[in-house]
Design a protein around this ligand. Structure first.
Ligand code: EPU
Length: 436
C-alpha cells in the first residue's frame, strides 16, 4: 500500500488545472445504460479509480467501454442486450455502483443490485431510492444481500424526497426518463452535478425540466440515444486546491474553477481573511498570515459541501481562535479529526458539532486516510506541518483526485509517494532526498 510523504512549510504558488468532475461522471456512466441507439461519448473524464470501477461494472453488464485515459475520453455503447445484475464486488468497491439500478430497471424491466454495506463516513441508507422506484410502479424485494426490482412498465408519479439526496434524485431522474407520462421530483437535490446529468439526458432525447431547482419534471419518452457531452470541472477538487492555497498562505490560480459552484467556500475563505479573486481563467486564492476563525455548517447545495468539510477543518484549525464545524450530511465524517489530533490538533466533538481550537502548530506524524476527502485533508495538514507527515492508505485519494501529488508538487509542495517497499516514486523534476 502506498503512502504520501510531505515535508511541510512551503507556500504553494502557481497555476493548477482542475480535472473533470468525478461526481458528475459517475451518474452519466450509469445513464449510458439507457441509450439503446448510438454511443455516449464523454469528454474531460478524469482518470480516477472510481471511474474505472464504474467502467468495469458497465462491462460486466455487457456494455462496450473504451476509455482513453490520456485524452480523457470515454465511449460507452449499450446498444447490445444489457445484463441486469450488479454483484457485490462492485458495490463493495464503490457505493455509487448503486446508480445503475434505476437505468437497468428502466431499460430492461429488471435490476438486481447488491445492497451496499456500511461506509467510512456514515450508514448511508438507500430508502429514498427504493421508495421512489416503488412509486414509479416497480416491485422491490430485498433478499440475500441484494435488492431486486421489477417493472413491466413504469408510470410517472409525483415523488417527494424526505431529504434532497443527490443519489436518489439522480437515480429517479434517470428512471423516469423512460416511464410513461410525467414524473415530478419534489425536494430534489440542486447540486451542479444534477443539472449536468439533466443536460446529458436531454441531449440523449429525454425531456427533463427544472434541474437545479427543488422541483424536477420529467416527461417520459420511448427511448434514448447516444450523444457527445463534455464534463464540467470538479468543484470539490477546485475547492481542495483553493483551501490548500489558504492553508499554506500561498498564491494559487485554480484554472477553470467555476466560482458559482463554490460560492459557499469563497464566502468562508473571505470571512477568514483570505483573498479570492475571480478571473477569466479561474479563481486566484491569496492566503493571509493571520487567519480569522469561522463557523461552517454543511448542507445540501448551495450550502457548504460535506465533501470539503475535512479540508476546511484544517484551515479552521490554523485560524487564530475558536471555530465550529457542524456536519449535517454524514454522521461519521469526523474521522480525519482523530488523525489530526495526532498532529497536535485540539478540538471537542459533541454529536454533529466539532469545536476547533486554533491556532494549531501541526506537528509531524504518521496518519491514515479513512476516506478520500479525509485523505486530502491530511495531506493539506501535512503541507502546513513542521517536519514530515506520512499519510497512509492513499489509494482512497486516488478514488477522487487525478494526479493529486503531481499537481501539489508542481505548485511547490515537497511531496512524494512511497510504495510498500519504500521506493520513492519520483514526482516530475524531483531531486532525490527532497523530502528529507
Ligand atoms: N440518504 C438517506 N436515504 C437515501 C439516500 C440518502 O437517508 O435513500 C442520506 C444519506 O445517508 C446521507 C444524506 O442523505 O446522510 C446525503 O446523501 P446523498 O444521497 O445526497 O449522497 P450520495 O448520493 O450517496 C453524493 C456524492 C458524495 C457526497 C454526497 C453529498 C456521488 C457519487 N457521491 O453521495 O460524494 O458526499 O452526495 O453531497 O455523487 C465524495 O465524493 O467524497 C462523496 C462521498
Amino acid at each position: 500500500m502506498d503512502k504520501m510523504v510531505i515535508k511541510g512549510g512551503r507556500r504553494l504558488a502557481g497555476r493548477v488545472h482542475v480535472a473533470g468532475s468525478k461526481n458528475a461522471a459517475l451518474p452519466m456512466q450509469a445513464a449510458s445504460i439507457l441509450a439503446s441507439v448510438g454511443n455516449i461519448h464523454l469528454t474531460n473524464v478524469p482518470s480516477l479509480l472510481d471511474i474505472k470501477t464504474m467502467n468495469q461494472l458497465l462491462q460486466f453488464l455487457n456494455l462496450t467501454v473504451t476509455f482513453d485515459e490520456e485524452k480523457h475520453e470515454l465511449l460507452l455503447d449499450a446498444q447490445q442486450r444489457v445484463a441486469s445484475e450488479a454483484p457485490f464486488e462492485y458495490v463493495d468497491e464503490m457505493r455509487a455502483s448503486l446508480l445503475v439500478m434505476g437505468p437497468l430497471l428502466a431499460r430492461t424491466g429488471h435490476a438486481k443490485v447488491a445492497l451496499p454495506g456500511g461506509c467510512a463516513i456514515g450508514s448511508r441508507p438507500i430508502d429514498l431510492h427504493i421508495k421512489g422506484l416503488i412509486q414509479l410502479g416497480a416491485t422491490v424485494q430485498q433478499q440475500d444481500g441484494y435488492i431486486e426490482a421489477r417493472a413491466e412498465r413504469l408510470v410517472g408519479k409525483m415523488i417527494y424526497l424526505d431529504f434532497p439526496s443527490v443519489g436518489a434524485t439522480e437515480s429517479l431522474m434517470m428512471t423516469a426518463t423512460l416511464a410513461q407520462g410525467i414524473t415530478t421530483i419534489e425536494n430534489a437535490a440542486r447540486e451542479p452535478e444534477i443539472v449536468a446529468l439533466a443536460n446529458l439526458l436531454n441531449k440523449m432525447g429525454a425531456r427533463v425540466h427544472g434541474a437545479g431547482t427543488e422541483v424536477i419534471r420529467i416527461q417520459g419518452v420511448n427511448f434514448l440515444h447516444g450523444c457527445d457531452y463534455e464534463l464540467m470541472p470538479d468543484r470539490i477538487e477546485a475547492g481542495t486546491f483553493m483551501i490548500a492555497a489558504a492553508v499554506t498562505n500561498g498564491d494559487v490560480i485554480v484554472e477553470n474553477a467555476i466560482a458559482a459552484h463554490n460560492a459557499s467556500l469563497i464566502a468562508k475563505l473571505e470571512e477568514m481573511g483570505v483573498t479570492v479573486i475571480e478571473q477569466d481563467d479561474g479563481i486566484r486564492v491569496v492566503g493571509t498570515a493571520v487567519l480569522l476563525p469561522t463557523t461552517v455548517k454543511t448542507m445540501p447545495y448551495p450550502g457548504f459541501p460535506t465533501d470539503l468539510q475535512p479540508q476546511m477543518s484544517v484551515l479552521q484549525l490554523l485560524a487564530n481562535g475558536t471555530s465550529t464545524l457542524d456536519e449535517q450530511i454524514f454522521e461519521k465524517r469526523f474521522m480525519h479529526l482523530e488523525e489530526l489530533r495526532r498532529m497536535n490538533a485540539k478540538f471537542q466533538i459533541s454529536g454533529p458539532v466539532a469545536v476547533l481550537s486554533g491556532p494549531t502548530k501541526f506537528s509531524e506524524a504518521e496518519v491514515t486516510a479513512s476516506d478520500l476527502r479525509a485523505g486530502a485533508a491530511l495531506v493539506l495538514a501535512g503541507l502546513a506541518a513542521d517536519g514530515i507527515t506520512q499519510v497512509r492508505n492513499v489509494s482512497e485519494i486516488d478514488r477522487g483526485y487525478d494526479q493529486f501529488q503531481e499537481k501539489l508538487h508542481a505548485l511547490g509542495a515537497k511531496i512524494d509517494r512511497i510504495d510498500i517497499a519504500d521506493k520513492i516514486k519520483l514526482s516530475p523534476n524531483h531531486r532525490t532526498g527532497e523530502t528529507n
